[in-house]
Design a binder for this molecule. Structure first.
Ligand code: FAD
Ligand code: SF4
Ligand code: SF4
Length: 464
């Protein structure tokens, strides 16, 4: 039994002054020596509390044990037995509220760096060639998976592993969902996500692009066309707006559009990619979640001189991960807290040039449990801004639910499922990820994909 060691290894990172000039990865990853030292801190707790904190139940103590014994191939094998996208999860999981929150070191602020170890071992294997899992005998059953975000990729990978023939139908021209069009490459390099997706394809998963389910074909048509089951993982990509005058001025973007232009269309690599995005000198980002932080940090890297986060509550209520907000601050993003926009102001060319804002104070908690922001009369002021990015949340796109009779949908537009299985109210159709929960996390979407795959497998075998 190792002795407790409370000194967690920090993550080597690009210097803030340097990194705002490029889209290269900010967190550089552990060296082998650091990784093994960090693995040695794990106490190998018998009741494995950390495993319960992970939505896909990564066998954490077991992979860490193999790592510290120097058996890296075995560590990778153990990790991939429940997680098909470990290099992605090791980078983007909010570990501090999942596996690491359950680590026995958590209360001392020194949880074992599970995510960083996961990233290290996954990268180690990606560099050397990934060992693919054993596939079950072919079942002769066909499954259509709608969307190619983390819920769909996980469901598809698991179903392929179980011997079913899987085809993903994706509306865009690239796979990955938010992993590709939302999360910027300085947090998740596309070489990493691309390699993990390519490994799933090696299991026999076929991907059809530019196929909008609900338009190109409906779910009912797919079922009639020979698919034995359908999994819906279309995410929550419909942007919400503030609802103030002037929001349709040129230069006002939803975060979805802004990040898609930057990350999917590679505006950051203009002129190599001929799809620039116009970013002014002064950028205001409305909202304070991870999406807002990503937008602000992209704007800085695209040359904005002054980038402000405008948020109507205080720092305590900010939904962004603490690490993301700290990184944004280190890079020079300004935080205008207890501030809400009341109007977007345009110039004579119909483009935004400023935002009227109002100061807020916090009242009693609202339905979300957070203290309600209340306007302070007479506190209006003008913030100069030639680009505004609205990042205040998204909801599921209604196209698939509306074109699929028999699918029950909540009043928030999310698809209703049995939480244990992901089965919808329509026979032969399962759903998971943000489409079911509203905007959440990569790993919760993957957990849903895994549960649905297990249930679909039983259904296809006539056991459910
Ligand atoms: P998505 O990833 O949204 O994928 C849905 C896919 O379905 C898309 O590819 C879409 O094109 C496709 N699709 C939609 N409609 C159709 C249709 N009709 N036909 C065919 N295809 C369709 N989570 C974290 O855990 N950590 C983070 O750091 C993090 N950062 C984020 C940053 C940003 C900018 C955003 C937007 C989200 C972030 N999230 C993060 C949240 C996380 O990415 C999502 O919760 C997760 O991607 C949801 O996965 P999903 O499979 O449900 O759907
Ligand atoms: Fe190791 Fe922490 Fe899990 Fe215990 S709770 S097994 S110390 S990672
Ligand atoms: Fe933790 Fe995410 Fe890895 Fe699960 S997948 S162990 S939550 S980092």
């Amino acid at each position: 039994m190792p002795k407790a060691n409370f000194s967690r290894h920090g993550m080597p990172s690009q210097d803030a002054a340097e990194r705002i000039k490029n889209f290269g990865e900010v967190a550089l990853g552990y060296s082998e020596e650091m990784a093994v030292e960090e693995a040695n801190r794990c106490l190998q707790c018998k009741n494995k509390p950390c495993v319960d904190g992970c939505p896909v139940n990564v066998r954490i103590p077991e992979f860490i044990k193999a790592m510290r014994e120097g058996d890296f191939p075995e560590a990778a094998r153990i990790m991939k037995s429940t997680n098909m996208l470990p290099a992605i999860c090791g980078r983007v999981c909010p570990q501090e509220t999942q596996c690491e929150e359950k680590c026995v070191y958590f209360k001392r602020g020194a949880s074992v760096a599970i995510g960083r170890l996961e990233r290290w071992i996954a990268d180690w294997e990606l560099d050397r060639g990934v060992e693919l899992p054993q596939l079950s005998e072919l079942s002769g059953k066909k499954v259509a998976v709608v969307g190619s975000g983390p819920s769909s990729l996980t469901a598809a990978g698991e179903l392929a592993r179980m011997g079913h023939q899987v085809t993903i139908f994706e509306a865009l021209h690239r796979p990955g969902g938010v992993l590709t069009y939302g999360i910027p490459p300085f947090r998740l390099p596309r070489t990493v996500s691309g390699a993990e997706i390519a490994n799933l394809q090696k299991l026999g998963v076929d991907i059809v692009y530019n196929f909008v389910v609900g338009k190109t074909a409906t779910v009912d048509e797919m079922l009639a066309d020979g698919y034995d089951a359908v999994f819906l993982g279309t995410g929550a990509g419909l942007p919400q707006f503030v609802g103030v005058p002037g929001e349709n001025l040129a230069g006002v973007y939803s975060a979805n559009e802004f990040l898609t232009r930057v990350n999917l269309m590679k505006a950051y690599a203009f002129p190599e990619y001929d799809t620039p995005v116009k970013v002014g000198d002064r950028v205001a980002v409305v909202g304070a979640g991870n999406v807002a932080m990503d937008s602000a940090r992209c704007a800085l890297r695209l040359g904005a001189k002054e980038v402000s986060i405008v948020y109507r509550r205080s720092r305590t209520e900010m939904p962004a991960r603490a690490e993301e907000a700290e990184h944004a601050e280190e890079e020079g993003v300004r935080f205008l807290l207890l501030t809400a926009p009341t109007k977007m102001i345009g110039n004579d060319k119909g483009a935004v040039c400023a935002m009227e804002c109002q100061q807020m104070q916090l009242g009693e908690p609202d339905a979300s449990g957070r203290r309600r922001p209340l306007p302070m009369p007479g506190s209006e002021f003008t913030l100069e801004a030639d680009t505004v990015v609205v990042a205040i949340g998204t909801s599921p796109n209604p196209l698939v639910p509306r074109s699929t009779p028999g699918l029950e949908v909540s009043r928030h537009g999310t698809v209703v499922v049995d939480p244990a299985t992901g089965a919808t109210t329509k026979k032969g159709v399962w759903a998971g990820g943000d489409l079911v929960t509203g905007a959440a996390t990569v790993i919760s979407a993957m957990g849903a994909g895994r549960r649905a795959a297990a249930s679909i497998d039983k259904y296809l075998k006539g056991e459910e």
